[in-house]
Design a protein around this ligand. Sequence first.
Ligand SMILES: Cc1cc2nc3c(=O)[nH]c(=O)nc-3n(C[C@H](O)[C@H](O)[C@H](O)COP(=O)(O)OP(=O)(O)OC[C@H]3O[C@@H](n4cnc5c(N)ncnc54)[C@H](O)[C@@H]3O)c2cc1C
Length: 550
Amino acid sequence: MKSVPVCIVGGGPVGMNLALNLAALGVRSILVNTDPESLTQPRGSTQNSRTMEHYRRLGLAQQIRKLGLPPDHPTDVTYSTRTNGWELARLAMPSESEKMRRVRESSTVDQVPEPILRCNQMYVERFVLDHLKTVPNVELRFGWRCIGWTEQADGVTVEIEDTTTGAVERISCLYLAGCDGGQSFIRRKLDIRYSGDGGAGNMAYLSGMMVSTHLYCPSFFKLFLHKLGWQQWTVNASIRSNMVILNGKDELILLTQLPSPDHKPDDALIAQKFVAAVGQAVEFKILAHWTWTPGRALVADSYGRGRVVLAGDSVHLFTPTGGFGMNTGVDDAANLGWKLAALAQGWGGPNLLASYEAERRPIGIRNTGMAKHFSRNVGSLPVPPEIEEDSPRGAAAREATGRILQTFTEEFASIGIQLGARYDASPIVISDGTAPPPDDPFTYVASATPGGRAPHAWLADRSSLFDHFGSGFTLLLLPRRKDDGEGLVAAARQARIPLTRYIVDLPEIGDLYQAGMALIRPDQHVAWRGDRTPDHAAQVLRTAVGYADQ
Ligand SMILES: Cc1cc2nc3c(=O)[nH]c(=O)nc-3n(C[C@H](O)[C@H](O)[C@H](O)COP(=O)(O)OP(=O)(O)OC[C@H]3O[C@@H](n4cnc5c(N)ncnc54)[C@H](O)[C@@H]3O)c2cc1C
């Protein structure tokens, strides 16, 4: 029987990220995925700033930024009566090259080294899977399904089946991670339920049953490229829809609502809706349909049991407004990855795994709630019947609707949700008694108060401070330090905790951290800060890796 520290079930973005995070710390995993290939249908189109920081940490951000839209394609969100009709509102947003130009010119203490990337997860997953094929510590089992497991005191025996031949294999592992999506077999077998809002509702849009359709349509781009940004919403009295531009030349997704929840999407219905949304006939080919339930804000009652843990959609289901679903799962994987690695390598304590749920479940609740709030805004927009009239009455209706739409920017600017996840109540965070910044979805306040994301800074050579953090813990030494942190380094060495020491002498960065030292976790959250090595250095480290004796 094959033996590996971690068996991951589900090779979507979350499972793949978990494998990458484990591999970064030198821990082997087997990644089992039912489908033989990565996602072939487009889904989420937002890789948010935190996700891109994780990809940067894993050495992949630059290449991922080359996928999807051409670098000069604007990422505006537009609202029109129809594509060929009146524009009601435009939320101007920069192209990828413009965003990166702004990053190059940003101040030393700018907090967004990795701006949001509008790129569909279908492209990113394909790239990450190809990359994983080159990562020595990951064994890929795509085309295999998990069909069961048994847990023993010291490990888990997982049963997997080849989806083509039916051959069954057993894998022995220390931990089983269920990253197997919204229908999660692992979660259901553990009898863990979702709680929250199941999505029932009666709004004009984003209610009932939605369908996403992947379209190939070069003529649409030839006709309308000059007007297109990244998303184009159609708002009129007879049809509401949203188009997401995928590659800027011939592919897009059309999102529309089905007439009733049990209505199957058929090509004729979608063709009719697409032509209505465009406002004129265009040639196109339907590549695939995919239905989904909008309005959900569901979080699992527990994030695992015993040696079995869950992450991503298997523990939270979002409505897509805000683009938080996958991104929250990628952040789960960053949190879980180092903890499983620590346990597999013997430097993690008995409370470490429980801290995963303690830290991430509140973030699941916070983020699903915010996505739901956005969906109410979009779904309940009143659309006056005369909005398409070429008359003063029609012009007034368009202006009034445009004014409301212009306030929807918040959905696309939720930097506080992206970067502001905090673990203040966590048993493995050592509080220094300072108050954390307020949790505001639209504002991110950099703060090294333990529990939050380590503040970012650019160094004199324009490298990111984050690029100097190790793959394990980092002891950041800042101008205000009273000693060189040797006590913490020695304690880490003794406890076999991987720790890198990094010295920064820029006063601005010292001010940002408001301390002489900060202990940064592998997921870039601050575990502890102070001005000098604490007398109880070994205890601080032990708490940070999950021993209870703080
Ligand atoms: C219309 C729409 C738009 C969205 N937009 C965004 C967005 O902009 N940004 C964002 O962050 N999120 C977005 N999302 C959400 C995002 O698509 C999901 O949150 C994300 O795919 C979840 O990733 P995952 O890895 O947890 O699960 P999945 O992507 O569902 O992957 C799970 C994998 O597990 C495999 N699997 C299942 N059972 C087994 C088994 N027994 N054995 C082996 N393998 C198994 C499946 O084959 C699948 O590959 C959107 C969703 C929708 C519907």
